[in-house]
Design a protein around this ligand. Structure first.
Ligand code: ADP
Length: 493
């Protein structure tokens, strides 16, 4: 390995990582542990406690105590905001260390973790810190004749929140979830993905250092079917926030039905990226490639259906294929790596299974189309053409560096095709015609539309899905609704 690991990273992964409950590091009640591998080598990276239902229950009780009786609820909004801001500062102070942890655990290039995952996580906390002092209710005039009332609303924290996050942006997803929950005064049990538990555990240490009281954030590592399911079903959890597959999202909804806890979901996608014949050619090709190949296509919002106006189809496809061929695959810790391995053997089998299905259905790989090398979980960046709308590679989320490209004729035609999916997370439009861009943006059934750009995220921009891509929004001020209850108070004067 050409990079010497940060000393703190070495120390961190050399020690068995325990659960963070009530401000203390504890073993799982069962005493069980699991290994988290480095996807670039397949070797064990670190050993982590395997929490299950009993540990979730312990963490929920800690969060409940912290919510009802702890110093958190008595702090002023300004004090809470300063702690959240400090978490953002500490993330930046530990940028290199966190980026290395993320690359080792997830496989993504270190260069990407340094400029995207870690700074965006810090930015999220900084943005949300500002909201802590701006959570407000309203005064309301009532219409009942003959009486005089004073009515107002209070916006209060939901209470104890379970948060279940995926492995594609482990630290950033933790930030997206924790930032708004803390800004609105909730207490949290965070369950990171079993593939990538490390950065959330390091974040727990940084949050304690920032002054977050014990029990306000608890981190329970473990598996989805055990720890995750127990959290979603727990009767003393007031809300569950989930990011992951649509399939597991449905399980969360069922599990949450017991106590009818509030649910927000950020789920899968099959996002259309639409290139008109008047688009800037270089920008559209680069944008289409970035939309699918960023993070190895392991993005819920990946631009995995590329639609190109017929006249330009061959040029754009060959341009994207050219970019795909030039991408350097390798260990994320190597400085010149542009794409690392997929996160796990399971994902490798999933993605190559789709490639086989596409080939079997008659699609053609213009570039890629197979596993890369024999070792680890690399997949070649792939562009498929000759698809039909009913093929699984067109309809289902692949979650790998695989894009299907198809031609279209007109704006109305493409609006219908783009919306012909159960998902509705993102969409991209490439054109120099401003009214065409806005006209299409209105027609698309998706939570995010990018025009002449893709994968632009900001803590201030709401993000989430229409249709089966989810419920509710992350980030922006919209997310605050999901973490607050509204109480209407009326006084007869
Ligand atoms: P992916 O398919 O991308 O791996 P998943 O939806 O399986 O994503 O996982 C996302 C998160 O959901 C992970 O933290 C995982 O442990 C958790 N999870 C998986 N199954 C369940 C379940 N039945 N109940 C609750 N959480 C689950």
């Amino acid at each position: 390995m050409s990079v010497v690991l940060d000393k703190q990273v070495n120390d961190f992964i050399a020690t068995k990582r325990r659960l963070f409950i009530d401000g203390a590091w504890v073993d799982a009640a069962s005493g069980k542990t699991f290994d988290t591998p480095n996807p670039a080598t397949g070797e064990t990276l670190a050993t982590v406690a395997e929490g299950d239902a009993e540990d979730i229950d312990r963490a929920v009780r800690a969060a409940r105590r912290a919510f009802e009786d702890g110093p958190w609820g008595r702090m002023t909004p300004s004090e809470r905001g300063r702690i959240i801001w400090r978490i953002g500062d500490l993330i930046l102070e530990h940028l290199e260390e966190l980026a290395e942890l993320e690359t080792l655990d997830n496989g993504k290039p270190l260069s990407v973790a340094r400029v995207a995952d870690v700074p965006l996580a810090a930015d999220l906390f900084h943005y949300m810190a500002g909201w802590a002092t701006k959570i407000e209710g309203n005064t309301i005039s009532l219409s009942m004749p003959g009486f005089d009332f004073h009515s107002y609303t209070l916006r209060e924290p939901v209470g104890v929140v379970g948060q279940i996050i995926p492995w594609n942006f482990p630290l950033l997803m933790a930030a997206w979830k924790l930032g708004p929950a803390l800004a609105t005064g909730n207490c949290v049990i965070l369950k990171p993905a079993e593939q990538t538990p490390l950065s959330a555990l390091r974040l727990a240490e940084l949050m304690a250092e920032a002054g977050l009281p014990a029990g306000v954030v608890n981190v329970v590592t473990g598996f989805g079917e055990t720890a995750g399911a127990a959290l979603a079903a727990h009767n003393d959890v007031d809300k569950v926030a989930f990011t992951g597959s649509t399939e597991v999202g449905r399980l969360i909804v069922h599990a949450a039905a017991g106590n009818l806890k509030k649910v927000t979901l950020e789920l899968g996608g099959k996002s259309p990226n639409i290139v008109f014949d008047d688009a800037d050619p270089d920008a559209a090709v680069q944008g289409a490639a970035n939309a699918i190949f960023f993070n190895h296509g392991q993005c819920c919002v990946a631009g995995s259906r590329l639609y190109i106006q017929a006249d330009r189809f061959d040029d754009v496809v060959s341009g994207v294929a050219e970019v795909a061929r030039s991408i350097k695959l390798g260990d994320g810790m190597e400085p010149d790596t542009q794409m690392g391995p997929l996160v796990s053997d399971e994902q490798l089998r999933r993605v190559t299974g789709y490639l086989d299905a596409g080939r079997g259905d008659g699609a053609t790989a213009v570039v890629g189309g197979a596993r890369h090398g024999e070792r680890s979980y690399f997949v070649e960046p792939t562009v498929l053409t000759g698809t039909r709308p009913d093929m699984s590679v067109v309809r289902e989320e692949i979650f790998g560096p695989v894009v299907v490209a198809a031609p279209f004729q007109s704006l109305d035609d493409i609006a219908r095709v783009a919306n012909d999916t159960p998902y509705g997370l993102g969409a991209g439009i490439w054109t120099r015609d401003i009214s065409k861009a806005h006209a299409l943006a209105k027609k698309l059934r998706a939570g995010t539309v990018w025009i002449n750009c893709y994968n632009v995220f900001d803590a201030a921009l709401p993000f989430g899905g229409y249709k089966e891509s989810g419920w509710g929004r992350e980030m922006g001020h919209e997310v605050l609704e999901a973490y607050t209850e509204v109480k209407a108070v009326t006084v007869q004067l």
